[in-house]
Write a protein that binds this ligand. Structure first.
Ligand code: ADP
Length: 931
C-alpha cells in the first residue's frame, strides 16, 4: 500500500493532552475501542470514530494520516482492525506506525488476520488476558471478590511488553502464573481502591494510573485499561492493556516540583509580585497583598492594575504595560506612585516582564516599595536645602518661612513654630509662629510649657494626650495655650547646646504624628539650628557693621565740620596778622603781628596733625594713587624747609643717585611723611644739619624705595625707642619739656607708612644724631599715562598788577561768595590790588550778580551756612550762559584727606584751603587767570 500524497491524507488534529494520553512518545499508539465506550474513545475526532465503527463491523482500515501538533506535521500509517475472540468481534484496535516497518507489520496483519497476536507483538503497551480458576460470582461482597481475585486469577496470555514492564524477560515467564506470583508486591499494584473502582464501574476502567513495584523493588507507575467479561452473571476473564508511565510520571513530578518551587518562591518572595492577564490582575503574592493594604488576594484579583496607579503616573504605567504586552520587552525599575486600598500613596519601583499565564500572553509585575528610600532622599534633600538657605536667604524671617515650607514637604505642618532661647536674659521668644488656634506668645522667662521641657531635656518629644497627661501628673509641664492632639518638638542644638525648639502640632484627629515624623524632624533639626545660628550671627554682624559705619560717618562729618570751623577763624587771624605786618612800619607792632603769625601757624600744625590722625583712625582711607616723580616731590618738601634750616644755620642736603624715580603711590602721603621727618630732624638738631637720601634699592630681588633722613641732633635714648611712635608721646615731656610739638608727628607718620604698605625704623645715637629709615614698596603705574606738566607759574609780580590797576587797564573781575565776614574782608584785602573784587554772602544774590556781570573768576566758599552749599551753587552757575568754563576756585576749611578730590570732582576748577596766606592766594589766582 503506497503512502497517499499529502493532499489526500485526512487530517487528524490532536490537542496536546490527547497526544499525551494517546500518543506515547511518538511510538505506535494503541487504544482500546470497546462497543459501549466507543463514543468516549472516539472523541478524538469524527474521522477516527468512523474508522473505528468500520473496524467493529469487521473491516480493516489502513490509511496515511497527517498528525499536526504545534511544531510540525507527522505522517503515520494508521491501521484500525477488529479484534475477535472466539470469532466474536469485541473490539477494535488502532495502530499508527511511523516506522518504515509498517509495511511488514501490515502484511502480517492482513496475511494471517491474527490481529491480536500481531498487535501483541508490535504494541508498546503490555497486553494481557486474565482468567480465574473459577468464574467469580457478581453478588459477592467487595472483600470476598478481592480475595478471590488474588487467589484465582492467572495470566492466560500476554505480550513481551508486559513481561518486560514487570521485570521479566518474555511473556513465557509469566503466562500461566498467578498474579500473586508475578507481583512481588501485589498489594501495591492491585490495591483495594483500584479494585473497588473496577467492580463499581461494571468491571471497566480506562487510563487508570497506579503505582507498583517491579521485582527488583523499583517503583514504577502504570496506566492501564481493563475490561471484565461477564458470562452467566459471573466474571470469567479480564482483558487489559498496561503502559509504563514511570518516565512521564517522574517528568510530571519534577515539573510539579519545579512549579511548586517556583510557586513557593513567588508566594513567599519579599518582593510584591502580581500577574496581569487580559486586562486584570489574576495572581498576587503575599507581599503584594500586604503592600497594597489588602486583606486578601480577593481584594485585588479581577481588578485592572491601573486602578492602583496614582493618576500622575498613569501615562508612565501605561507605557510600561504596553512595552511588555505589545513589544514583549522588560520594563525595569520604573519609578511610580501607587495608591493602596486604604488610600495611602506609596513610592514604588516597578518591573514588568512578559509572561505566559495559562498560555495567554500576560505580564508579571514586580513592585518594590521604595517609600523609605524616597523618604531618605527627601530628608537628605531637605537637609541640603536648609544648609543652602543660610547663603541664599536675606533675613532670619525668610529663613523661618523657608524652613516651614521644607518641613511641610515632609509632613503635615500647618501649625509650626520656632522658639529661640536667649541664655543671657533667660528669655524664650517666638520669632516664627504659625498656628490655627493660638496667638504668637510674647517673649517670656522660662515657664513650664512643653517647649521649655524640650529645651530643658534637650531631647525630641512627641506628646500625644497620653504622654502630656503623664508629664502633667509628674508636674513636669503645665497646661499653657490651646491643647493640641499631637505636639511634636525637637531641640535646635548647636554643639549639644539647645538654642531653641522647633515645634509642629496638630489640632485635628485626622492628622496624627508618629515616631517616624519625630525622627524626621530630629534628623533635620541640627541643620536648621546651624542655619538659624549662622543667620543670627550674620544679622548681628550686619547690625554691628551698620552701626560702626554710622559711627564712622558721624565721626567723619564731625571731623569735617571741625576742620571747617577751626580753619575759617584761623584764616582771619593769620591773614590779618599778615596784613598788619605789611601795612605798618612800627617795628614793635610788626613784631607783635609776627608773633601772632608764628603762634597761629604752630596752632595750625597741631590742628592739622590732630585732624589727620583722627581721620586716619576713622578708617575708610582710600589711597589716592597716581604716577609721580618721587625725587621731584621730595625736593619740593625740602625746599619748603630751607628757610628754617637757614634760620638755624643747619645744612639740609638731598642725596639721590637717580635724577628721577617715577612711582605710583599717594603723593600727598609721601610728602607728609618726609615733611614730618625733616621737621623733627631740624627741630632736634642744633648744629650740623640734616640730609635726605632717596633711592631705589633691591632687597631679595625685589625693588623698593628707601628714604633716609639723617640728622646730627640730640638723638633718642634707647629707653624711649618704644614709645616715640605712640600718640602724644615725646622724649622730653611734662612741664619741663624743651621742645614744642604735639607728640603726634611720628605716630601719624607710622600710620601713613603702614597705609602705603611700607615700614619705618630708626637708629639713634644719643648726642650724635638719628637716622629715620622709610621703606616703601616700589609700584609702577599699572596704566601708565602721560604726565601732564602743569603750566609754569606766571611770575608776574603783584607790582605789575598794581600798575595795571592804576592805569585802569582791564583788570580781571573776581566774585567771592562767602558767608564769613572776616574771610570776606581778608580776601578783599589780599586781592585788592590785582582785580576788581565783588562779594556776596547770599547764593541767590550771587546768581543775579553772575547773570549781570561777566566775572573772570569766582572764589567759592563751600560751607555757606545755608541750605545750599558751594558745590551746588557752582553747578547752578555753570548752567548760566557764558559760565561753562569760567574758573570757580573753592576757598574752604574742608581740608581733610579726600576733601580736595571731592570738591574738584564736584565742579570746582581749583582748591585753596583755609587758612591761606596772601602769596598762596595771589599765586593761585595768577596761575588760573594766566596773568
Ligand atoms: P613731636 O615732634 O611733635 O614731639 P613726634 O611724634 O614727631 O612728636 O616725636 C615724638 C618724640 O620723638 C619727640 O618729641 C622727640 O622726643 C622724639 N624724636 C622724634 N624725632 C626725633 C629726632 N630726629 N631726634 C631726636 N628725637 C626725636
Amino acid at each position: 500500500m503506497e503512502m497517499e500524497n499529502e493532499k489526500n491524507s485526512p487530517d487528524i488534529q490532536f490537542n496536546k493532552e490527547e497526544l499525551i494520553s494517546y500518543w506515547l512518545k511518538d511510538t505506535p499508539f494503541v487504544f482500546h475501542a470497546i462497543n459501549t465506550d466507543l463514543d468516549k474513545i472516539a472523541e478524538i475526532n469524527p474521522h477516527c470514530k468512523e474508522n473505528v465503527r468500520k473496524a467493529l463491523n469487521g473491516n480493516i482500515i489502513s490509511e496515511d494520516v497527517k498528525y499536526s501538533d504545534e511544531e510540525r506535521n507527522k505522517y503515520f500509517k494508521h491501521i484500525i482492525a477488529p479484534v475477535k475472540h472466539n470469532n466474536e468481534i469485541f473490539g477494535a484496535i488502532g495502530i499508527s506506525v511511523d516506522t518504515p516497518d509498517y509495511k511488514k507489520f501490515e502484511e502480517e496483519l492482513i496475511k494471517n488476520n491474527e490481529i491480536h497476536k500481531t498487535f501483541y507483538k508490535y504494541a508498546k503497551e503490555g497486553i494481557y488476558r486474565l482468567e480465574f480458576d473459577k468464574p467469580i460470582p457478581l453478588d459477592l461482597s467487595d472483600e470476598k471478590t478481592f480475595e478471590l481475585f488474588l487467589n484465582y486469577c492467572y495470566v492466560v496470555e500476554c505480550n513481551d511488553s508486559l513481561a518486560k514492564m514487570l521485570g521479566y524477560k518474555s511473556a513465557n515467564e509469566i503466562i500461566g502464573k498467578r498474579l500473586t506470583e508475578i507481583y512481588k508486591h501485589p498489594e501495591l499494584f492491585l490495591n483495594k481502591d483500584t479494585q473497588r473502582r473496577f467492580i463499581n464501574s461494571n468491571f471497566k476502567i480506562y487510563n487508570t494510573e497506579t503505582k507498583g513495584a517491579e521485582n527488583n523493588d523499583e517503583i514504577k507507575y502504570f496506566s492501564y485499561n481493563a475490561i471484565g467479561i461477564i458470562e452467566d452473571n459471573k466474571l470469567t476473564r479480564i482483558w487489559g492493556t498496561q503502559l509504563d508511565i514511570t518516565d512521564r510520571k517522574r517528568a510530571e513530578a519534577e515539573l510539579k516540583d519545579s512549579e511548586e518551587r517556583y510557586r513557593l518562591l513567588v508566594e513567599h518572595s519579599p518582593e510584591a509580585i502580581a500577574v496581569h492577564s487580559k486586562d486584570k490582575v489574576v495572581y498576587v503574592n503575599k507581599a503584594l497583598i500586604k503592600l497594597m493594604d489588602a486583606k486578601s488576594a480577593k481584594d485585588i484579583i479581577g481588578k485592572h492594575a491601573m486602578n492602583f496607579v496614582h493618576q500622575d503616573y498613569r501615562e508612565i504605567a501605561e507605557e510600561r504595560i504596553r512595552k511588555t504586552t505589545k513589544e514583549k520587552k522588560h520594563s525595569e525599575n520604573i519609578e511610580e506612585k501607587f495608591i493602596t486600598l486604604k488610600g495611602r500613596v506609596i513610592d514604588v519601583e516597578v518591573t514588568t516582564i512578559p509572561f505566559k499565564y495559562n498560555g495567554i500572553p500576560s505580564s508579571q509585575i514586580v513592585v518594590r516599595d521604595i517609600s523609605e528610600r524616597k523618604k531618605e532622599e527627601k530628608i537628605k534633600s531637605a537637609i541640603y536645602k536648609i544648609s543652602e538657605l543660610a547663603h541664599t536667604i536675606e533675613t532670619l524671617n525668610e529663613l523661618f518661612e523657608s524652613v516651614h515650607k521644607i518641613v511641610s514637604g515632609l509632613m503635615h505642618a500647618e501649625n509650626f513654630y520656632i522658639a529661640l532661647f536667649d541664655e543671657k536674659t533667660n528669655i524664650i521668644s517666638f520669632p516664627y509662629f504659625v498656628d490655627e488656634v493660638d496667638e504668637t506668645p510674647e517673649p517670656h522667662k522660662l515657664r513650664k510649657g512643653l517647649t521649655e521641657y524640650v529645651l530643658k531635656t534637650g531631647k525630641p518629644l512627641l506628646a500625644n494626650p497620653k504622654v502630656f497627661q503623664e508629664l502633667y501628673k509628674k508636674n513636669e509641664v503645665e497646661s499653657l495655650g490651646a491643647e493640641s492632639i499631637d505636639w511634636m518638638g525637637v531641640p535646635l542644638k548647636i554643639k549639644d547646646k539647645a538654642i531653641g525648639v522647633l515645634v509642629v502640632q496638630s489640632y485635628s484627629k485626622g492628622i496624627r504624628y508618629k515616631n517616624q515624623e519625630l525622627s524626621i524632624l530630629n534628623f533635620i533639626s541640627e541643620q536648621i539650628a546651624m542655619s538659624i545660628s549662622a543667620k543670627i550671627t550674620e544679622e548681628e554682624l550686619i547690625k554691628a557693621k551698620t552701626s560702626a559705619e554710622e559711627a564712622s560717618n558721624l565721626k567723619s562729618s564731625l571731623l569735617s565740620n571741625m576742620s571747617h570751623e577751626l580753619r575759617t577763624p584761623m584764616n582771619g587771624i593769620l591773614g590779618f596778622a599778615e596784613i598788619i605786618n605789611e601795612e605798618v612800619s612800627d617795628p614793635y607792632i610788626k613784631e607783635l603781628a609776627d608773633n601772632i603769625q608764628i603762634s597761629g601757624k604752630r596752632l595750625m600744625k597741631t590742628l592739622n596733625s590732630i585732624m589727620n590722625l583722627s581721620q586716619l583712625e576713622a578708617g575708610g582711607n582710600i589711597l589716592n594713587n597716581e604716577e609721580f616723580d618721587l625725587i621731584r616731590e621730595i625736593q619740593i618738601v625740602i625746599n619748603s624747609f630751607i628757610p628754617i634750616a637757614n634760620q638755624k644755620n643747619l645744612y639740609l642736603d638731598f642725596i639721590h643717585l637717580q635724577p628721577k624715580i617715577n612711582i605710583f603711590s599717594d603723593k600727598n602721603l609721601i610728602q607728609q611723611i618726609v615733611s614730618n621727618l625733616i621737621d623733627n630732624a631740624l627741630k632736634f638738631t642744633s648744629s650740623g644739619g640734616v640730609s635726605v637720601d632717596a633711592d631705589l634699592i633691591k632687597i631679595l630681588g625685589k625693588e623698593i624705595i628707601e628714604i633716609k633722613i639723617t640728622d646730627s641732633g640730640i638723638g633718642i635714648a634707647s629707653e624711649y625707642k618704644n614709645f616715640i611712635f605712640k600718640e602724644f608721646r615725646q622724649v622730653s615731656e611734662g612741664i619741663k619739656r624743651n621742645y614744642e610739638g604735639s607728640g603726634l608727628g611720628l605716630s601719624l607718620t607710622k600710620k601713613m607708612v603702614t597705609l602705603l604698605n611700607g615700614k619705618i625704623t630708626f637708629v639713634s645715637y644719643p648726642g650724635k644724631g638719628s637716622i629715620f629709615n622709610v621703606i616703601l614698596p616700589f609700584d609702577i603705574n599699572p596704566h601708565p599715562r602721560m604726565m601732564i606738566d602743569k603750566k609754569q607759574h606766571n611770575k608776574k609780580s603783584e607790582l605789575v598788577m598794581d600798575a595795571r590797576k592804576r592805569a585802569n587797564i582791564n583788570l580781571p573781575k573776581i566774585l567771592l561768595i562767602e558767608d564769613n565776614e572776616i574771610s570776606i574782608k581778608l580776601t578783599k584785602q589780599f586781592l585788592s590790588k590785582i582785580c576788581k573784587f565783588d562779594y556776596t554772602k547770599n547764593p541767590s544774590t550771587a546768581i543775579d550778580m553772575v547773570k549781570n556781570t561777566k566775572y573772570d573768576l569766582i572764589l567759592m566758599d563751600i560751607n555757606l551756612g545755608c541750605e545750599i552749599d558751594g558745590l551746588q551753587l557752582a553747578q547752578q552757575i555753570r548752567d548760566i550762559n557764558g559760565y561753562k568754563n569760567i574758573p570757580i576756585v573753592a576757598v574752604t576749611g574742608y581740608a581733610l584727606r579726600g576733601d580736595q578730590e571731592r570738591i574738584l570732582k564736584g565742579g570746582c576748577t581749583d582748591y585753596i584751603k583755609k587758612p591761606f596766606d596772601k602769596a598762596t592766594l595771589i599765586k593761585t589766582v595768577n596761575r588760573i587767570l594766566n596773568l
